[in-house]
Design a protein. Structure first.
Length: 245
């Protein structure tokens, strides 16, 4: 019995040391991957990296991590327009099957899914915010974007007819979709400004707009978008996504 107790104590101690060593190793790896990702993507701040699964050391021995979660705050994506950027909030990605080199200089995920968001104020930068002529004597411009409920965006348009600004702006419910790397906003119904008949194309030049989003981390792509309370919620997907290297 005494020998059995000693054996159990030794097993418990060794198990505890293994857990400690495993956690130290995973913390080091998370820091290395975060630093590499920051450098690779030229991020302003270090991203949050969390390596899931236990034990970590057995995953290292196999050369592949089962599940890595990455969080990036205030990511600035390219818009394809003269170097302009658009800020993406709370970009979170779940990476599966991450193969890596021994020094973590390169790491590639077999698949990735995630979420992000763009505030309405940020998206408003794309809309026609300067008064634009939609008919002789009639100008209009978008002055606000907000949640229209039921997955719709409310586009608020201000108009001036024959030099007189209409007393109330016009709200237009619009559908938001993603096609390729572009977010598109399309009015469900066209507004009327002061009873003036306007050509559909001229009105849609104001109410409808799109925002290109290029260069998301690791080559992930837009999948779906939906209007929410404070902005547009985005779902992203990808394959062979590079975390580093």
């Amino acid at each position: 019995m005494r020998a059995l107790r000693i054996l159990l104590i030794v097993v418990v101690i060794l198990g505890g040391l293994f857990v400690i060593a495993d956690r130290v190793a995973v913390n080091f790896a998370e820091g290395e991957v975060a630093d590499r990702l920051k450098t690779t993507e030229s991020l302003a701040t270090t991203p949050d990296v969390s390596i899931k699964g236990f034990p970590f050391l057995t995953q290292v021995a196999g050369g592949e991590l089962d599940d890595v979660q990455v969080g990036i705050q205030d990511y600035e994506a390219d818009t394809g327009t003269g170097g302009e950027k658009i800020r993406i909030d709370d970009l979170n990605a779940n990476m599966k099957g991450v193969a890596f080199s021994g020094d973590y200089s390169s790491a590639t995920a077999a698949t990735a899914t995630g979420t992000a968001s763009i505030t309405y104020d940020e998206l408003l930068k794309t809309a026609k915010s300067e008064p634009t002529e939609v008919a002789p004597g009639v100008t209009a411009n978008v002055v606000g974007l907000s949640d229209g409920g039921n997955g719709k965006i409310k586009v608020t348009v201000e108009a001036t007819v024959l030099g007189t600004k209409l007393p109330e702006p016009v709200d237009v419910l619009s559908t938001v979709t993603a096609k390729g790397n572009t977010v598109r906003v399309h009015a469900d119904n066209l507004p009327s400004f002061g009873g003036v008949d306007l050509a559909e194309g001229r009105v849609r030049a104001i109410t409808d707009f799109e925002q290109k989003i290029d260069g998301l981390p690791g080559g992930i792509q837009l999948d779906k978008v939906q209007a929410a309370k404070s902005g547009v919620e985005i779902t992203v997907t990808g394959s062979n996504v590079k975390l580093a290297g």
